[in-house]
Every structure is written in structure tokens, then in C-alpha cells.
Write a protein that binds this ligand. Structure first.
Ligand code: NAD
Ligand code: ZN
Length: 354
């Protein structure tokens, strides 16, 4: 299968290119090599490569020639520095997706796999002893400042038990980036309806592994800790370190993309199917910092109590649908993945700090 991989020079995209080639497929990479993602001279993809922006309709049209499916990874990632960044995010991620899909429609390509994200869910799923499943709103700044990090039941104020988020959970994007990732899904679903195309969104959890850009603000917490350790410093863990996440290895995410590309042609036409893409092994950010510090042989993490307003407390996916329907299995467990990452190289990045 010949696959156009947008963003194929990036962290996840480059692993997808390798995974596609390993399965005998033929990737074509289209990537603008954004300076924020690639300062200096980025390594060029080991595949047919077009340096272009997904908003460049002519370049996309040319790159789509002979292509069977599109794997759309190109996006501006990160929380951004300020709201003034919103037009750049929307332009890159949503106008970019619209241009790509319009050309995909015109070229008669009917299969799209999209890099989705868990950020579309906002704060995860919680259970109150009295009220059952509840959806707490954003945490209040005064609670965070006072060290009250756990969200409370919106009805009775009781403590809540975090649970796993299913694909049917309502969307609740909490920042500009999250909003653009949700809009990408809606655009892709509209494309599928209008063209009788078939689409998958893989809602990635926190992806980590070799080639991870250094010091990007988004999902980059593993990267921050790794960089601190490389400088001989202790990882600085925000809040109380008990925030739960699902850290999924980049090679497993690449394999999920290949599985989705190979399966999407057999899915019902006219719609988009979302799959949570996580390891299924939730861990706290504090546990992750400790695992990296001990594998690296560096100083123990320091829990600082600092916080970021846009952060959610716990967000962990239920990836059963991906396992059951696409037969995907994560292969790199937390202990091994973190131990390897503690020693692996990162890509230098000049992405803005949040
Ligand atoms: N890293 C994570 O934990 C994570 C989690 C959830 C979702 N995602 C999604 O996965 C995808 C890949 O992310 P990544 O972590 O590999 O980021 P990355 O920055 O390493 O890669 C993105 C690539 O896309 C390219 N790009 C960006 N905008 C473009 C445009 N308009 N035209 C052409 N190329 C463009 C960049 O040059 C870069 O090579 C993104 O869609 C991101 O939203 C990532
Ligand atoms: Zn309650």
C-alpha cells in the first residue's frame, strides 16, 4: 500500500515510516519541517520526501498521486505560549486538515488515518460514591494554589475515584491545541460522509520513546525529566506527583497506525471510528520520574507543588476497542520503555516553553 504520511519527518511520523516499510508498504512523506519542531538540520525521512506544507494544495495534490491511503500526523503540537498563538494552531492543524482532505477527496483517495489525541476528553472520567459517573469542570486556581489537586464531585464536593475513558466520553477540549485536534476529527468525519470515505482517528495518549523532541511543552513531561537528568539535575515533578497518565511507546503507536491503515479499507464507509491508543497501564507522573531517575542513575525526583492551569489531573484511556477490533497489542511495557528512554537520545527542539 502506498501511504502519504504527513508530518512523516516528526517524532511519531518517522516511526510510522519505519513501521510501514517493515511491513512492505510504500510511505511518501510530506512535511514542512517546521522550525519549532526541527531546529537546525533535521534528518530527512528514509522514504520518498516532499518538503511542503499541508496547506499547499498544489503540493498535496502532486504528493497524492498513486496513493492508496493518507496517514495524517502533521500538526503544530504543544500548549503554546499565549492565546495569541491560536491562529497559528488553527491554521496549521485545521485549515491544514481541510486542504489535505479536499485534495484527498479530489484525488479519489478514500482512506484516512488521523493522529488524534486524548486531549479531546479534557479531565478524565470519575466516579462519585453518591452520584456515579461525574465530569468535574476545570480545577480552580485557588484550589491548586492551596495544594488541593484532586477534582471534587461537582454535585456534592466529595472525593472522586478516577476511571478509564472510553471513546464515547463527551469531548471537552480545554485549550487551543485540544480544540484543533477535535476539529480535525470533525472535519475528517465530514469528509468521510461527503465522499463515502473511511476514516480512523487514533487518540494517542502520552507518547514517548526514541527521537522524542526535547523540551516541548505538550506531552513532553517524560522529555523534560530526561533532559534534567542529562544535565545532572533532579526531575521536577509538578503538583504532588500523583497525576495519572498512560505512557505509550512510540513504536507501539506506529504499529497502531499500520494496523489502522491495513484495516480501514474494510470498515463501514461514510464515517470515522475513534480508537483510544494507550498502553492500558496507567502510571503516575511521579512514578515515571522515579523510573527515569533510577534507570539513568541520576538524583531522585523533587515534588514541587507547582501547577499549570491548563493541565488535567488524571486522564487514562481504555484502549480495549483498539485491541479487540484491530488486534493491536502494546509490546513495550513501562519498565522497559522508561529504562531505554532514560538512556536514549532526544531530538533537539526549540519549541516554546509553556
Ligand atoms: N507526542 C504525543 O504525545 C502526541 C499525543 C497525542 C497526539 N499527538 C499527535 O501526533 C502527531 C505527531 O506529533 P509528534 O509528537 O510526532 O510531533 P512532531 O512535532 O515531532 O511532528 C509533527 C511533524 O509535522 C510537521 N508539520 C507540522 N505542521 C505541518 C504543516 N502544516 N504542514 C506540513 N508539515 C507539518 C512538523 O514539521 C513535524 O515534522 C500530531 O498530529 C500530534 O497532534 C502527539
Ligand atoms: Zn457526588
Amino acid at each position: 500500500m502506498r501511504v502519504l504520511v504527513t508530518g512523516g519527518a516528526g517524532f511519531i511520523g518517522s516511526h510510522i515510516v519505519t513501521a510501514l516499510k517493515d511491513r512492505g508498504h510504500e510511505p511518501v512523506v510530506l512535511d514542512a519541517l517546521l522550525p519549532a519542531a526541527h531546529p537546525g538540520t533535521p534528518p530527512l525521512p528514509d522514504a520518498e520526501f516532499v518538503r511542503a506544507d499541508v496547506r499547499d494544495a498544489d503540493a498535496v495534490r502532486a504528493a497524492l498521486r498513486g496513493v492508496d491511503a493518507v496517514c495524517h500526523q502533521a500538526a503544530m503540537v504543544g500548549l503554546g505560549k499565549e492565546f495569541a498563538d491560536a491562529p497559528d494552531y488553527v491554521g496549521c492543524n485545521d485549515l491544514g486538515t481541510a486542504v489535505l482532505l479536499a485534495q484527498t477527496a479530489a484525488a479519489g483517495v478514500r482512506e484516512v488515518v488521523l493522529a488524534g489525541s486524548m486531549v479531546v476528553y479534557g479531565e478524565g472520567r470519575y466516579t462519585c460514591g453518591r452520584h456515579g459517573t461525574v465530569r468535574p469542570g476545570p480545577r480552580r486556581a485557588e484550589d491548586l494554589a492551596a495544594g488541593r489537586f484532586e477534582p471534587r464531585c461537582p454535585d456534592c464536593g466529595a472525593e472522586l475515584a478516577p476511571g478509564l475513558v472510553g471513546e464515547d466520553a463527551p469531548a471537552d477540549p480545554r485549550n487551543v491545541y485540544a480544540t484543533t485536534k477535535l476539529a480535525q476529527e470533525h472535519l475528517t468525519a465530514s469528509w468521510a460522509r461527503c465522499t463515502q470515505g473511511r476514516a480512523v482517528s487514533l487518540r494517542y495518549h502520552n507518547v514517548y520513546g526514541p527521537g522524542m523532541p526535547r523540551d516541548t511543552p505538550y506531552a513532553g513531561v517524560a522529555s523534560f525529566f530526561r533532559s534534567a537528568l542529562a544535565r545532572g539535575e533532579a526531575p521536577r515533578v509538578f503538583e504532588d506527583g500523583a497525576q495519572r497518565r498512560d505512557f505509550v511507546h512510540v513504536t507501539d503507536v506506529a504499529a497502531a497506525n499500520v494496523a489502522a491503515l491495513e484495516a480501514v479499507g474494510g470498515m463501514p464507509s461514510g464515517g470515522l471510528v475513534a480508537y483510544n491508543t494507550g498502553s492500558g497501564e496507567p502510571h503516575t507522573v511521579g512514578e515515571m520520574a522515579s523510573a527515569l531517575a533510577s534507570a539513568h542513575g541520576g538524583p531522585e525526583p523533587v515534588v514541587t507543588g507547582e501547577y499549570r492551569l491548563g493541565d488535567v489531573r488524571h486522564i487514562t484511556a481504555d484502549s480495549a476497542r483498539l485491541r479487540d477490533e484491530l488486534g493491536w497489542r502494546p509490546r513495550v511495557g513501562f519498565a522497559r520503555g522508561m529504562a531505554e528512554f532514560a538512556r536514549a537520545g532526544q531530538r533537539t527542539s526549540a519549541a516554546p516553553a509553556a
